[in-house]
Design a protein around this ligand. Structure first.
Ligand SMILES: CC(C)(COP(=O)(O)OP(=O)(O)OC[C@H]1O[C@@H](n2cnc3c(N)ncnc32)[C@H](O)[C@@H]1OP(=O)(O)O)[C@@H](O)C(=O)NCCC(=O)NCCS
Length: 205
């Protein structure tokens, strides 16, 4: 068992083997060709309602796609992986996910996700986010993975609860966004909870 201050393993820089495959999805690096598919949801106000950015015009999405395309490898704490989520059977890009490696010393990470509403309600975001938890706990040996959301973002809260993450905090009016005070909610999962959940899922199969 590594000590709390053990360095992240495997050795850095760490690049996952792409694509990361789930039952229905491939998670792979973003490319400039993904601009139309990604802009199709980044431009929609309802998608960005509880995000810190957007809606984006085409130039904004082009910059966002270029930034995401460069985030495929973890070199030091603070680095992100930003991956396109593609339905393997159809080749359709349905959204993108973010994994942040927050701390080596404290073995902490975070996840985020944005999906096109046309592809909501199929469990794709849950499935892709579960792959990020697996990466964090099983490849990077993190101790804890966290997600933060606007307190009004009930679809995101349901997703995190489906993943088995715990609602740990509700911060009242700690952010001033778009001219109003808003609450932030924090969910998290520990490595031992991930393992217990995996054991439970295996038993149910
Ligand atoms: C947050 C967000 C990704 C959730 O999308 P979603 O479609 O609800 O999530 P999923 O793709 O996991 O689909 C889950 C839904 O599909 C249903 N579903 C169908 N098949 C499923 C399956 N095989 N597995 C899991 N859920 C399934 C679930 O019941 C659930 O519906 P419900 O929430 O009405 O109960 C989406 O609303 C979004 O992109 N919002 C804008 C960006 C954003 O706010 N990001 C989060 C910032 S914190």
């Amino acid at each position: 068992m590594p000590t709390p201050s053990a360095p992240v393993t495997p050795p850095l820089p760490y690049t996952p083997r792409y694509p990361i495959r789930t039952e229905r999805l491939d998670l792979r690096p973003v490319t400039p060709d993904d601009l139309p598919a990604i802009h199709a949801y980044q431009r929609r106000p309802e998608v960005c309602r509880y995000l810190y950015w957007g809606p984006l015009d085409e130039a904004g999405s082009r910059a966002s796609v270029a930034a995401k395309a460069a985030r495929t490898t973890l070199r030091e704490p603070g680095d992100l992986l930003q991956l396109a989520v593609v339905v393997r059977e159809s080749g359709t890009l349905v959204g993108d996910v973010t994994f942040v490696w927050r701390s080596s010393e404290h073995r902490q990470g975070g996840i985020g996700y944005v999906f096109h509403p046309d592809h909501a309600g199929h469990g794709y975001a849950t499935e892709a986010s579960r792959a990020l938890l697996k990466l964090g706990f099983e490849e990077l040996h993190l101790h804890r993975v966290q997600a933060e959301l606007d307190g009004r973002n009930t679809a995101s809260a349901r997703l995190l609860e489906r993943l088995g993450m715990r609602r740990e905090g509700h911060l009242r009016e700690n952010e001033f966004l778009d001219g109003e005070w808003s609450d932030e909610v924090v969910y998290a999962m520990l490595a031992r909870e991930w393992r217990a959940r995996q054991d439970e899922r295996a038993r149910q199969r």
